[in-house]
Write a protein that binds this ligand. Structure first.
Ligand code: PLP
Length: 389
């Protein structure tokens, strides 16, 4: 039999620059999970030693998350991920508090989990106000203030944007909302584990986070709910997670999330500096050859691993496919929106012209990214942009 020719679709080298979409599971996380799948597999509600062992794993994970968020352990509830946490925060809060008012404000750059939850509430009679971003994707406190009404009961503004990485001034927004008695939710799925996320400093009442963005498993996340905030559960059943999220716990997922969070916390300062310098190096190398590559997002108030660029005259999807053929995995817009031909609603809301929004490329760096990766990726990006133009 003849040896099979190597497919032209298999690049020699593969470089993953899509860490904002998801991350691989850290081996130490995997080890902790397998321990709770193979040995300490009990039902956390059981009273025997197997159950107690399992409960111990959940308690430890809750303590890790609570320490990082600077909240009480009872205020952390595990969910199936960021999407469920966002849904619980918006719909759960709105349902439990509609007697106080039926107006909710979200920002104009939210993830689809928040946007879709707000749309569902709008179909049920709630009115939705939008706080629009500035040209850097930032939600100014004044923009939130402008969107408020006397009936507003809840505001949801993400901590850091998934597409452009811009970090929002949540502390200043919280300071506007608190005296008015308006609850404040933030989607911290992209920021948790990468920059400090302290619920007291940020002044938030509810916060969503997810495991698979921080080298934990997919399908696990958590919601912080400040003591005293009323939420109507989205599903009914047992007593687990204080009844807010009933159902036998995803034991290994929760343990994995706890370990992933602790690892992210201990490496945060060093990793953040390393990532920023690699990201800026990647940007500089691209700019060396393509002077008009425009940065989308804030130059300083930005997640350390995020680089979103627009290359005029290029179709973003065509560029992505070309890069993939040469082994560079990147993204245009958010992962959930890619595949659709519509340009990113976040970029459009920021005032990026349609043509440039369609020509955008999101590169997100992570723990395994090296200086060699950055050099290789920059060369491939420059070559392909030049060729496509
Ligand atoms: N919110 C933001 C900002 C995200 O980036 C994502 C994931 O892409 C989510 C929510 C959804 O989280 P999950 O995938 O855990 O449901």
């Amino acid at each position: 039999m003849l040896p099979r020719a190597k497919s032209i679709l298999t690049p020699l080298q593969r470089i993953y620059l899509d860490y904002a979409a998801t991350t691989p599971v850290d081996e130490r996380v995997l080890m902790s999970m397998s321990e709770f799948m193979l040995e300490k597999f009990g039902n956390p509600s059981s009273l025997h030693s197997y159950g107690r062992e399992a409960r111990g794993g959940i308690d430890a994970a809750r303590r890790s998350i609570a320490r990082m968020l600077n909240c009480r352990v009872e205020e952390v509830h595990f969910t199936s991920g960021g999407t469920e946490a966002d849904n619980l925060a918006l719909i759960g809060y709105a349902k439990a508090n509609h007697h106080r008012g039926e107006h909710i404000v979200i920002s104009g750059v939210e993830h689809s989990a928040v946007r879709s939850a707000a749309e569902a509430l709008s179909a049920q009679g709630f009115r939705i106000g939008i706080a629009e971003p500035d040209a850097f994707g930032m939600i100014a406190p004044e923009a939130v203030e402008c969107a408020l009404e006397s009936e507003t009961i809840l505001v949801s503004v993400m901590h850091a944007n998934n597409e452009v990485g811009t970090i929002n001034p949540l502390g200043a927004i919280g300071a506007i909302l608190k005296p008015r008695g308006i609850a404040f939710h933030t989607d911290a799925v992209q920021s948790f584990g990468k920059i400090p996320v302290d619920v007291q400093a940020l002044g938030v009442d509810m916060l969503s986070l997810s495991g698979h963005k921080i080298y934990g498993p997919k399908g696990i996340g958590a919601i912080y709910i400040r003591d005293g905030i009323q939420i109507e559960p989205r599903q009914l059943g047992g007593h687990q997670e204080s009844g807010i999220r009933p159902g036998t716990e995803n034991l290994s997922g929760i343990v994995g999330l706890g370990v992933a969070a602790s690892l992210a916390e201990s490496a945060m300062a060093e990793e953040s500096n390393r990532m920023k310098s690699l990201r800026d190096e990647l940007h500089a190398r691209i700019l060396d050859h393509i002077e008009d590559a425009g940065l989308n997002g804030h130059s300083d108030a930005r997640l350390p691993g995020h680089l979103n660029l627009s290359f005029h005259g290029i179709d973003g999807e065509a560029l992505l496919v070309a890069l993939d053929l040469e082994g560079v995995a990147a993204s245009s817009g958010s992962a959930c929106a890619s595949g659709s031909q519509e340009p990113s609603s976040t970029l459009l809301a920021m005032g990026v012209p349609r043509e440039l929004a369609q020509a955008s490329l999101r590169l997100t760096l992570g723990r395994s990214t090296t200086a060699e990766d950055v050099g290789y990726a920059a060369r491939i990006i420059v070559d392909n942009v030049t060729r496509l133009r």
